[in-house]
Design a protein around this ligand. Structure first.
Ligand SMILES: [Zn+2]
Length: 185
């Protein structure tokens, strides 16, 4: 339990004790649901968002604007942006941010696929929507340099404090950040 994100020793113990007290059928149902989800959910071949199909719902949706690709660190951030209902374009999920300390370089992320996608699909704009942590900044600047030869590259305007997490920003703040995006120099 303690290996789950955001779960400290106390919560881990509380969860474990709770599960042990529940009827066996309930616990088995939970375990099966987790296994099912793990088996069925993979990554979209196009944008790398979580998906039960080879190509996710957003990529398949003809009403989504293909001329804009919004780059996010992970699916949680994509879901946060979707909740604003402001964005009608497509996405690209990196699978993390560049973090040399953790051994995460561009090769561990979907950077190569992004470059290929952008060079092939030639979108009018790529929006970088990555949390403004030190690693996030590094990733934004790195991607900006790589993508600028192909298209206009913008970054969302954070009214968020540095180190603030995209996922935790409220919908209005995120919508404004998206609206106030500016071109990367
Ligand atoms: Zn997709």
């Amino acid at each position: 339990m303690q290996r789950l994100p955001g779960v400290g020793p106390k919560t881990a113990q509380r969860l474990a004790l709770h599960l042990l007290k529940r009827p066996e059928t309930e616990v088995i149902a939970l375990a099966q649901a987790i296994m099912e989800a793990k088996k069925q959910i993979g990554l979209c071949k196009e944008c790398f968002h979580l998906s039960a199909e080879p190509i996710c719902e957003i990529c398949r949706n003809p009403d989504r604007d293909s001329s804009t690709i919004c780059v996010v660190a992970d699916s949680r951030d994509l879901i946060a942006l979707e909740k604003t209902r402001e964005y009608k374009g497509k996405y690209h999920v990196l699978g993390g941010v560049i973090s040399p300390i953790d051994g995460i370089g561009p090769e561990q992320l979907t950077v190569q696929a992004l470059i290929q996608r952008v060079s092939k699909q030639k979108p009018q704009e790529v929006i970088l929507a990555i949390s403004p942590s030190v690693e996030g900044e590094t990733t934004t600047l790195y991607l900006g340099q790589l993508l600028k030869p192909f298209t206009k590259v913008t970054r969302i305007a954070f009214g968020l404090p540095v180190g603030g997490d995209l996922e935790y920003a409220d919908e209005l703040t995120l919508a404004r950040a998206l609206e106030g995006r500016r071109e990367l120099d």
